[in-house]
Design a protein around this ligand. Structure first.
Ligand code: ZZB
Length: 258
């Protein structure tokens, strides 16, 4: 399975947990199959209790992701010695809450690292980029934080990290409009990020339609069908050094799209 790995660069001020990296390029890396949706990123997701590590790459500075993902990357030329990576730091997701990152294509100059409780440890990098306009999981998790002050307080998050971030209309999908995740969330009356069955259904509803019939509303390929320009956008991200390609070994993949 080929993923696009989006580099989300940590901005000053560095959080306590990353202080030792001050002055260096540090990237939270998120695996996605949807590079064309990067225009709509509103935040970055990490799981409060998942363990993440930092390791040095040869070309792209320091990466933060799960140990499992780092090991995979070590076999894909990301590190000096094939199959080897040196752990610079071990942290848990909670240590990253409220960290500001800069991510490619999004209209928000700075986005923040926030908690998502449904992240799977054994998929991608364990860090997820959030596109609430087109991903029902992301929209549900964002609404949970926006609607529940107690949830924000529990994790020590400031309102300004969450409340200003609205889903951005980036793709038009016939039947679902220009905020397809919001549309299906409302239609299925989803209540929270833990509404597992409904969210699976929601994802199925928007996934195929988005891929085959979706039309971009922003950027240099505005007006084009996604399937015609997806690859171009991936290439553009890679050329501007905002992304790299990452392969996940087949055995760990449980994916209906793969
Ligand atoms: C941006 C994006 C925009 C995503 C969208 C989806 C959608 P799949 O197809 O089942 O393999 N993801 C990546 N890693 C994890 C993880 N560890 N735990 C939970 N979710 C994860 O799913 C791949 C997608 O799942 C990735 O693509 C990522 O979110 C998320 F508009 O990145 B995506 C309808 C989905 N729309």
């Amino acid at each position: 399975q080929e993923y696009t790995l989006i580099k989300m660069e940590v901005q000053e001020p560095f959080p306590e947990a990353l202080k030792s990296f001050k002055g260096k390029k540090v990237n939270l890396v998120a695996a996605t199959l949807r590079p064309e949706t990067m225009y709509g990123q509103t935040n970055c997701w990490v799981h409060p209790e998942i363990k993440y590590i930092a390791f040095e790459t040869v070309k792209d500075g320091i990466f933060i992701c799960t140990r499992r993902a780092a090991r995979n990357m070590a076999y894909q030329g990301f590190t000096e010695k094939d199959g080897e990576f040196k752990v610079l730091l071990e942290i848990v997701g909670q240590d990253l809450f409220g960290v500001a990152v800069k991510s490619p294509f999004t209209c928000y100059p700075k986005i923040y690292c926030l908690p998502m409780l449904t992240i799977k440890e054994d998929k991608g990098t364990g860090i997820v980029t959030s596109v609430p306009s087109d991903s029902p999981d992301d929209y549900a998790a964002l609404v949970d934080l926006q609607k529940k002050p107690a949830f924000r307080e529990k994790y020590g998050l400031k309102d300004e990290m969450i409340l200003p971030f609205k889903p951005v209309p980036i793709l038009e999908i016939p039947e679902f409009g220009n905020l397809s995740a919001v549309h299906v969330y409302d239609q299925l009356k989803i209540q929270s990020q833990n509404d597992k069955d409904k969210l699976t259904q929601a994802k199925e509803m928007v996934y195929l339609k988005g891929f085959y019939d979706g039309v971009l509303l922003v950027g240099e390929y505005k007006g084009s069908k996604i399937q015609d320009v997806k690859k171009n956008l991936q290439t553009k991200l890679i050329e501007e050094k905002s992304a790299v390609i990452y392969y996940e070994p087949e055995k760990t993949i449980i994916s209906r799209s793969g």
